[in-house]
Design a protein around this ligand. Structure first.
Ligand code: 5GP
Ligand code: SF4
Ligand code: MG
Length: 465
């Protein structure tokens, strides 16, 4: 998901709509905006579909007045999947004795089901199936007087990944979990402030990047001033390494590093680790493009657009049901026949998950007369599900959970298949000596099975580490 908020800007909701539009790659299912103004109090609009199809209409934007607003773009990782419901769309809102608050959450709470049972037993009435709603109920039950302290209380009970943008009548609040699994940045525009999942959304409104919210930090912005709190016991951060590989936009800066440059460097590492004789390096667009450029530069094999993407389709990965995802490949990607015929192709993609995309692309390349298809993957084998906000499927559906690299190569029907090593990936994100196995610098659980926060709900359901 993507979160965005601004304060101290007239018609704040318009800025939020623009920010959410720049974060659309983080969630395409639905979006919502909450604003506050003195005449109407809190105003809210939540809609299915793209930001540009909803939050551009003057009639809707007129219902969101005020100089303080937050928003969310949703992609379902917890709660209802496939049969999405508007009640699961954020921001969520709660009314407390000291006034209301709205929250927008990116990440996934791993003890949400245990908390939900406890809260329902104690009398809470849940409106949605979302893990994020727990935070509102925990805030409602807190004995603290002030909303900020209630939020701190609530978040100390929550395990897992959260980057949150929240608001009261007068405050814009940003929080990151102690590991800092998901990104969150602070920006400035004139006298106003912005909080965003990624820097690309600051760029779109012309805001200047100030700094990242630090892991375990809460910032409270009021009357043009930013106050920093440290509500949690300090821990060594474990940022999601997959944000660098796939999830974030290539024009964003994460941890001081250009995402594009990291991805290009992954391609360079991959060319060193897994060279092959071939005529062309082609990305699976768009997610494989920067790594393919790096592979081409390092290997000297010409880079070419062997597969053309229809720009009017969304990310297949983000469509919630398998049926839509299967259709999606053909609707979205087509082979550039004139280029491919008789050529040995190095095909570069960011990840192999179920393998369904890869098989279709290999078929399309061979149909077009490719002489060989060598598959190179910009991440290590995805063998474990993510419980922190990226929608990887159950273990049984992950190709790498049950197959060796050779078995996957045979299954996909390609001439060779190689993944970047975990150390190679760490080098590409700037860790010169690779992964520190005693105390890893990133979360890489989907590749290593080393979960920095035990997924307690799932373990209770029988998931085995
Ligand atoms: P596959 O066909 O192997 O399931 O999907 C691999 C390709 O689709 C990659 O290009 C990746 O960007 C995208 N993708 C599809 N589904 C998922 C998913 O559930 N998780 C992730 N991480 N990537 C996915
Ligand atoms: Fe990121 Fe993978 Fe960790 Fe999920 S499991 S937070 S996708 S590195
Ligand atoms: Mg892809």
């Amino acid at each position: 998901c993507g979160v965005f908020g601004v304060t101290g800007m007239a018609e704040a909701a318009n800025f939020v709509a623009l920010g959410l539009h720049a974060l659309q790659h983080r969630g395409q299912e639905a979006g919502g905006i909450v604003s506050h103004d003195l005449a109407h109090g809190f105003n809210s609009a939540r809609r299915f579909g793209y930001v540009r199809d909803n939050f551009t209409k003057q009639s809707l934007m007129d219902t969101l007045p005020g100089s303080l607003a937050i928003g969310h773009v949703r992609y379902s990782t917890a709660g209802s999947k496939g049969h999405a419901q508007i009640r699961d769309v954020q921001p969520f809102f709660g009314e407390f004795s000291m006034g209301g608050a709205a929250i927008a959450h990116n990440g996934n709470i791993v003890n949400a089901e245990a908390l939900r049972r406890e809260l329902i037993a104690a009398g809470s009435i849940f409106q949605s199936s979302s893990d994020s709603e727990c935070i509102i109920h925990l805030m409602a039950r807190s004995l603290q007087r002030r909303v900020v302290e209630r939020m701190q209380d609530a978040l100390r009970r929550v395990d897992g990944a959260f980057s949150i943008v929240a608001m009261t009548r007068t405050k814009l609040i940003g929080v990151r979990d102690p590991l800092g699994v998901r990104p969150l940045v602070l920006g400035r525009l004139g006298d106003g402030w912005a909080l965003s999942s990624e820097t690309c959304a600051l760029d779109i409104i012309g805001a200047e990047f100030v700094r990242e919210i630090e892991p375990g930090e809460m910032v409270v912005i009021e009357d043009g001033e930013v106050l920093s709190h440290r509500p949690f016991a300090p821990q060594k951060p474990r940022f999601c390494i997959f944000e660098h590989v796939y999830f974030s936009r290539p024009d964003s800066i994460l941890g001081g590093r250009s995402v594009y440059e990291t991805r290009r460097q992954i391609g360079v590492e991959l060319a060193r680790e897994a060279p092959v004789e071939a005529d062309l390096v082609c990305p699976v667009p768009d997610s494989g493009t920067p790594a393919a450029i790096g592979y081409g530069q390092e290997s000297g094999i010409p880079y070419a657009m062997g597969i053309i993407r229809n720009q009017y389709m969304g990310r297949t990965f983000i469509e919630p049901t398998e049926q839509i995802r299967n259709m999606g490949v053909r609707l979205k990607l087509n082979v550039n026949r004139a280029l491919i015929r008789g050529k040995r192709i190095v095909l570069v993609d960011d990840s192999v998950v179920r393998g369904t995309t890869s098989i279709k692309i290999r078929e399309m390349l061979l149909d077009a007369g490719a002489a060989a298809v060598h598959f190179r993957i910009a991440s290590p084998p995805t063998a474990w599900p993510c419980f922190y906000g990226v929608d990887t499927p159950e273990r049984e559906k992950l190709l790498a959970a049950s197959m060796s690299e050779d078995e996957m190569c045979a299954h996909l029907g390609v001439d060779s298949l190689r993944f970047i090593s975990l150390d190679g990936l760490y080098r590409a994100v700037g860790e010169a000596t690779g992964r520190d196995n005693a105390s890893p610098q990133y979360c890489d659980a989907c590749f290593s099975g080393d979960y920095p926060v035990a997924p307690s709900d799932r373990i209770a359901q029988g998931f085995r580490l």
